[in-house]
Design a protein around this ligand. Structure first.
Ligand code: ZN
Length: 255
């Protein structure tokens, strides 16, 4: 087949100079660019490195560093079945709708954020946090009826629920806050979080209009703790965590 477009020399220089450019993926970059001409080279390299040139849940990596604060868990990166975070702690009852737990650092940051929000008249409560692999399996399969084939079921379910091992909730760094409805975005709490969460190290993990990158429909209630430094930087860049991870975290030494 004839190539649709010729890649100019200056373009080649532009993308090969990116720190996350991987020469072993060159053919995949070209193919992706041919099919998605509107993407910049920066996006092409990022998306292919994420694995987005293949379907979700294809070429799955088993996460090697599950205890790292900045661990990436998505539809291409799976946590080990037996993985349980080491320092789960129960959230203060004032900000907890049940017996929910987060990793120590995230638990402290969540409480700090919730106290500041309360001063602004906003009540934040954790309604889902750490989930084990086994519990996620149950959550994922919850809506399955016997007449549905697994393939049919996955097609719809994958948009809103993670397959076991692929849920960020298993890291102990993710928290669902107050309400699992898209309308949460327009509530005072939803607006407050979208505006302020990054000051406390939390980021909106599944933003609107980014399903092609994150693999999930908009979830204005789901926040991920990554620490203030990275949350600040991500907020300024306005990109998803998946993209941020490829560009700034993978292959660079944690600071
Ligand atoms: Zn969630």
């Amino acid at each position: 087949m004839e190539k649709k477009s010729i890649i100019r020399q200056d373009e080649i220089l532009e993308f090969t100079s990116l720190s996350y450019y991987d020469p072993s993926k060159i053919q995949r970059y070209y193919t992706f660019k041919e099919n998605q001409e509107e993407c910049t080279w920066e996006e092409v390299i990022t998306f292919v490195n994420l694995g987005l040139d293949q379907d979700f849940y294809k070429n799955i990596n088993l996460v090697q560093d599950p205890d790292t604060l900045t661990v990436l868990v998505n539809k291409y990166n799976q946590l080990p079945k037996e993985y349980v975070p080491r320092d789960l702690e129960i959230i203060h009852p004032d900000f907890n709708a049940g017996e929910f737990v987060l990793c120590k650092e995230a638990r402290e940051a969540f409480e700090e954020m919730s106290r500041v929000a309360r001063e602004d008249g906003i009540l934040l409560k954790a309604i889902s946090t750490y989930r084990s692999y086994q519990y996620q399996e149950e959550v994922y399969l919850r809506k399955k009826t016997p007449d549905m084939s697994m393939e049919e079921y996955r097609k719809e379910r994958d948009r809103v629920s993670a397959r076991p091992g692929h849920s960020e909730h298993q890291t102990g760094y993710a928290v669902d806050i107050n309400d699992l409805e898209e309308t949460f975005a327009e509530t005072a709490a939803g607006i407050w979080l979208a505006t302020n969460a990054y000051h406390f190290g939390f980021i909106l993990r599944y933003p609107k209009g980014k399903e092609h990158i994150t693999g999930y429909a908009y979830e204005p209630w789901h926040f991920r703790y990554i620490g203030k430094k990275h949350a600040d930087k991500m907020q300024a860049l306005g990109i998803t965590y998946d993209e941020y991870y490829i560009r700034y975290l993978l292959n660079s030494n944690p600071v």
